[in-house]
Ligand binder design. Structure first.
Ligand SMILES: [Zn+2]
Length: 251
């Protein structure tokens, strides 16, 4: 039984922003939590391509598709029509996706490349056929004996019945697309929730920051190593590279 589905989820309920910077946490709080599935950590070790450094491909689903054994993302439809109801078109969707992936590749030694929907991809993004909560990630992995489990596919599915937005407007009942996708990518590459708030991987949606926080950065570099070759996405890289060493303001 080498192939199993695990899952992780973004909280379905948003709470108001609590002014609690990560640095005020109890001693020993690391600000990140590694995803544990089947009693062991998980990470991407190989991908559907052979690119080095590790390059994961992602695709927007362009037709209805079911994924056996998956949980919340077992049935997905294209995300684009769902988002167009929120006034978000394909160009903006792709730009926000790119920005969300770039956050992670800017700080850790892992790359992401969008491929056409028809091409098999490591990460598949779509809308839920059975709308629930806001967004989920299903992580498919191969169990290893005593080691780290190898992720070989991740599914990210958003609830098409919610209203989605780009940017913050103070309405915590409507989630920013980039923030949500960045959070789900964190799950897709092996991170869990470190707590309720203060990090992008925290399980409550809030609008105090729209970049990875120090715990998120520590977590992803713990798994994939720190980006050192300077090939990460240019724009967020400078911003985040500073944040890796300095304390990150929490707004
Ligand atoms: Zn989550």
């Amino acid at each position: 039984m080498g192939r199993l589905w695990g899952y992780a989820t973004i909280a379905a309920m948003a709470i108001g922003a609590i002014a609690l910077p990560a640095t005020s946490r109890a001693d020993g709080f690391l600000g990140f939590e590694l995803l544990q599935l089947d009693g062991a950590g998980v990470k991407w070790m190989t991908t559907s391509n052979s690119e080095r450094p590790l390059t994961l491909t992602y695709a927007l689903l362009d037709h209805e598709q079911t994924f056996d054994e998956a949980r919340n993302c077992d049935g997905m439809t294209p995300l684009e029509p769902a988002l167009s109801r929120s006034g978000i078109d394909k160009d903006h969707l792709e730009a926000e996706l790119q920005a969300a992936f770039a956050m992670w590749s800017a700080v850790a030694n892992i790359n992401f490349r969008q491929v056409d929907s028809g091409t098999p991809s490591d990460i598949v993004i779509g809308a839920q056929m059975r709308p629930i909560g806001y967004a989920f990630t299903d992580v498919h992995y191969r169990r290893s004996n005593g080691g780290i489990n190898a992720i070989d596919r991740s599914l990210i599915c958003l609830n098409p019945q919610r209203r989605w937005k780009i940017g913050f407007d103070g309405d915590l009942g409507s989630y920013d697309l980039r923030y949500t996708i960045a959070h789900e990518i964190g799950h897709a590459i092996g991170l869990d929730h470190p707590g309720a708030s203060g990090q992008m991987m925290a399980f409550n949606y809030d609008e105090r920051f729209r970049q990875l926080q120090v715990g998120d950065i520590t977590g992803v570099t713990n798994i994939y190593g720190r980006r050192t070759d300077g090939t990460g996405a240019a724009e967020p890289a400078n911003e985040n590279r500073g944040a890796e060493y300095a304390s990150v303001p929490t707004r």
